[in-house]
Write a protein that binds this ligand. Structure first.
Ligand SMILES: Nc1ncnc2c1ncn2[C@@H]1O[C@H](COP(=O)(O)OP(=O)(O)OP(=O)(O)O)[C@@H](O)[C@H]1O
Length: 258
């Protein structure tokens, strides 16, 4: 048994086809694991299986306890999920949406306590959403909505944060702001992060472990420098790329021709 998250022999079949086969990974408390891989590799499916909303074989454990054994409410206190394409409710303000993250911590039908409201305000401020708090969520820009979805997940104050492509709608500055915040939370609060990231340079800078999925299987796993190699990018992405050493890890530079 290991502390933190342990995924063993995970398999998912959708329709007749296997989408994930025998996937295993471990993520210690406070670590950041980025799941990378080409389109259709199974990254989002893996996050949803860990979350427990996708029927799967194999086991997902936290501190040695199978998550299947937990109630929904206990799972929601442990794991928060920011999906790639969230369905956003209509006619709800940003503040009320972020406050939904406190639901697993409140008694059924109880009004929010001052402590819940404080968490919501603090989380919005950290993501520069405070000036948008009274706006209707669906009127925010794509990047602002993406920050609101992350704020809702963080307001849950989970131990494990599952992030599906958290930076796709964000400009570079906001992408760094979000990733820096997640990085700070894992260092200060021991938040365990499992994210998908298409931007391999950001993955190389922020994650301490990478899991490379291809065709639903783990084909490489290790530190960013071990996984992000020109050969792996050619084999699994069909990409021409150079890997350069950045100050905080490897960065991937597309190369125009051989
Ligand atoms: N409901 C479904 N029924 C059948 N196949 C599905 C279903 N949902 C996903 N798939 C397939 O499972 C595979 C993995 O999908 P998934 O979304 O996990 O990939 P991904 O690695 O996150 O891709 P992307 O990088 O494009 O977001 C894909 O081939 C996808 O078409």
């Amino acid at each position: 048994m290991s502390a933190g998250l342990e995924v063993t022999g995970l398999g998912v079949a959708l329709g007749r086809a296997p989408v994930l086969t025998d996937v295993g990974l471990t993520a210690g408390p406070g670590s950041w694991t980025a799941v990378i891989g080409p389109n259709g590799a199974g990254k989002s499916t893996l996050l949803r299986a860990v979350l427990g909303v996708m029927r799967h074989s194999g086991t997902v454990c936290w501190d040695g306890v199978a998550l299947d054994a937990l109630t929904r409410r206990d799972r929601a206190r442990l794991l928060a999920y920011a999906p790639q394409l969230p369905v956003l409710p209509e006619a709800v303000t940003t503040r009320d949406y972020v406050a939904l993250g406190r639901t697993p911590h409140r008694a059924l039908l109880a009004a929010p306590r001052a402590a819940d409201r404080a968490v919501v305000e603090e989380t919005m401020a950290r993501l520069e959403l405070d000036r948008l708090a009274d706006r209707v969520l669906t009127t925010l820009s794509g990047g602002e909505q993406q920050r609101a979805v992350l704020a809702r997940a963080l307001a849950q104050r989970p131990q494990v944060l599952l992030l599906d492509e958290p930076t796709t709608a964000l400009d570079l500055g906001h992408a760094q702001q979000v990733l820096d915040l997640v990085d700070r939370l894992r260092r200060t609060d021991g938040l365990t992060v499992l994210s998908t990231l298409h931007d391999l340079s950001l993955a190389g800078q922020y994650a301490d472990r990478l899991v490379l999925l291809a065709g639903g299987r783990v084909v490489a796993e290790g530190t960013p420098a071990q996984v992000l190699t020109p050969a792996a990018l050619r084999t699994h992405y069909g990409a021409r790329a150079a890997v350069v050493e950045g100050p905080d890890g490897p960065a991937v530079l597309p190369v125009r021709r051989d």
